[in-house]
Write a protein that binds this ligand. Structure first.
Ligand code: HEC
Ligand code: HEC
Length: 293
């Protein structure tokens, strides 16, 4: 046989291998789906996770969790869908297992792969109990029968199968692991910042493919591939900006920065739809972790 026949065979085998690797299913650690959820805890998690900030069109008086304002990113405009329990327009036909897969593995019914504009890279860290709690809270929301608008995603990013490859390359489904030797508050802060409150989703730099660069945690996103330019909120940067524990918890509670300013843009939504609704203990925990106290 001619040498190039072998070459083609080798290329085909490598290509198929890469294809199989890139398109393999996303399966994080298994979850216990038998736990009974709690509505009160679930309602708190809806605020902790910022679901309201994205999935409600607050400025235009949109119904609670019935679909949000398009998120403009370098990869297209993503519309947070209706997540009320309406069976057609929302997620009323979903099972807990499907909801858990969306939150933990970034996949939806019918083998759909979600874009990381939905911060499942952070929600994957949540506990099985919290997934059950959130599910109960979402099912208790008033169903809204209107679908949200479609996302406007240009080629080639509109090919959802591409997200399977992206997830296989960049997404590591996992549960939260506390750091030994640190206080309970510090570890709660670590959990909130990386998990439900997903500060890392915006404040950790991302590369040209939108993958988070965890070697530079919370160092800010000058390129602004997801939500525009974002300042660093690692310890060094917070101190350089003039923050201490009290100013930071104050900002998260709707107060002013060391520059006597109120953060704008998507941070304003994080604050007013999410962190002002948290317990002071949780705002304290975030400050304890970010300032490494
Ligand atoms: C930063 C904005 C943002 C936040 C915060 C957010 N989401 Fe979403 N969510 C999205 C976007 C955008 C999509 C659509 C992703 C896609 O099309 O791939 C989505 C999709 C979903 C879906 C899939 C719905 C469907 O019909 O396919 C579920 C379920 C969901 N989000 C639940 C939640 C929950 C629960 C929370 C809070 C814990 C939350 N989201 C917080 C932006 C967000
Ligand atoms: C949806 C993206 C997003 C998320 C999530 C997010 N931030 Fe921000 N954050 C921003 C943006 C954008 C700014 C810049 C706001 C501005 O320019 O006015 C900002 C600004 C800030 C500032 C002000 C810094 C300064 O210049 O004084 C602090 C503090 C901060 N964020 C903390 C946090 C914490 C803590 C979390 C998690 C609880 C968080 N952010 C989650 C996008 C985000």
């Amino acid at each position: 046989m001619r040498w190039w026949v072998w070459l083609i065979a080798v290329v085909v085998v490598i290509g198929a291998g890469a294809g199989i690797y890139l398109l393999k299913p996303i399966n994080g650690p298994a979850r216990d789906l038998t736990l009974a959820g709690d509505l009160t805890r679930g309602n708190y998690l809806v605020r902790l996770g910022g679901c309201v900030a994205c999935h409600t069109d607050i400025k235009n008086g949109g119904a609670f969790l019935a679909g949000g304002v398009p998120l403009g990113t370098a990869f297209g405009s993503f519309v947070p869908p209706n997540i009320t329990p309406d069976p057609d327009a929302g997620i009323g036909n979903w099972t807990l297992a499907e909801f858990s897969d969306a939150m933990s593995n970034g996949t939806g019914p019918g083998g759909k792969h979600f874009y990381p504009a939905f911060p499942y890279e952070s929600y994957t860290l949540m506990s099985d109990q919290e997934i059950a709690d959130l599910w109960v809270a979402l099912q208790a929301v008033e169903p809204v029968a209107t679908k949200a608008a479609e996302s406007q995603i240009p080629f080639p990013f509109n090919i959802r199968l591409g997200m399977a490859a992206w997830q296989n390359l960049f997404f590591k489904p996992a549960r939260f692991a506390p750091t030994e030797g640190k206080s309970e508050a510090w570890n709660r802060g670590k959990y909130l910042v990386n998990g439900p409150a997903h500060c890392v989703a915006c404040h950790t730099p991302r590369n040209l493919l939108g993958a988070r660069d965890d070697s530079q945690p919370l160092k800010g996103n000058a390129r602004g591939s997801l939500v525009g330019q974002v300042p660093g909120i690692d310890k060094d940067n917070l101190i350089a900006l003039g923050y201490d524990h009290d100013i930071l918890t104050d900002v998260l509670n709707g107060g002013v920065t060391p520059e006597f300013d109120v953060p704008g843009g998507s941070m304003a939504e994080v604050i007013f739809e999410s962190s002002v609704h948290w317990t002071q203990e949780d705002r304290d925990a975030v400050a304890t972790y970010l300032l490494d106290e």
